[in-house]
Design a protein around this ligand. Sequence first.
Ligand code: A3P
Length: 335
Amino acid sequence: MTTSQTSPPPPPKYLQEDGLSEECKKLISTLPKERGWLASHIYNYQGFWTSPKLLQNVIACQQLFQAQESDIILVTIPKSGTTWLKSLLFALVSRIKYPFSKQNHRLFIKNPHDLVPFLEIKLYADGQVLDFSSFTSPRLLSTHLPYASLPKCIHNSRTKLVYLCRNPRDTFISMWHFTNSIRLDYTDTNSIGEMFDLFCKGVSAYGPFWSHVLDYWKESIEKPNKVLFLMYEEIKEQPKIQLKRLAEFLECPFSIEEENCGVVDEILNMCSFENLSNLEVNKNGKLSTGEENKAYFRRGEVGDWKNYFTIEMSEKLNHVIEEKVQGYGLRLLYN
Ligand code: A3P
């Protein structure tokens, strides 16, 4: 093999550890530290785990982001189906501007992460000066931040939050594959056992998983007009019902005429795993943060965890999750 075939791509920008401010380095030296899934170490800040570079971005985002009343922010823990929901949100909200049957719809030429950018991963990366001038209203944005760590202006405004959750077993398997696929050194993949133990201890990107999910679940019950809680598995099971729920929450419900013309199906088909993963942009393109777009499309199925979990793993995670979420009326353990 030639060198170019064997040399791994550079790490995504949010994992590179150069360019950290002295202030951030000082803060990091005071934080609890654990082995990272991607960066060599991750740190616990405000109760969640993050890499050093992301921490710097998070702080910039918390200090500088100015919410607008009309903003729509998608929140997920990584590998919950963020890419899918970004595409659905974009297609839904811009359906008048971009009728979907046209091959030149932006989803055919851009990865969903470019259309609905992450606050702390992209927009507030590297101390860049933000330019929101290209955004039209409503602005579609996204984040992985836990509820308590969102910029305060998001709590205090009418900004709507769409939260997408996924069965923790599939989320874990998806994360394990993803981290191994973009690790710097291909010969040194994360062992599933080691990553699983960390996950069960709550040590995973933006985790503990259960705290992230529960905080948004509680907010969605207390403030149903502000936070919509969606489950990946429920969208898979009843896509039309869930897409209509999303449209109603965002105050852009489908008209009878749209329903009769098949607009709901058109959006679902355009955003399907099969369609998106086969687009040229998603087969061969790259994000500005450095990852290959194809890393965001693996299998897109419910229950892939069964191909990897031992009985012991399944029992252990069930136990951890049940203990953490019992009494809140939240179903997380899908088959
Ligand atoms: P798998 O690894 O289980 O296949 P995220 O977007 O939050 O990074 O999550 C990625 C997961 O969502 C991956 O799961 C990926 O395959 C799946 N996914 C991406 N696009 C999808 C789509 N259109 N429909 C369903 N799942 C999708």
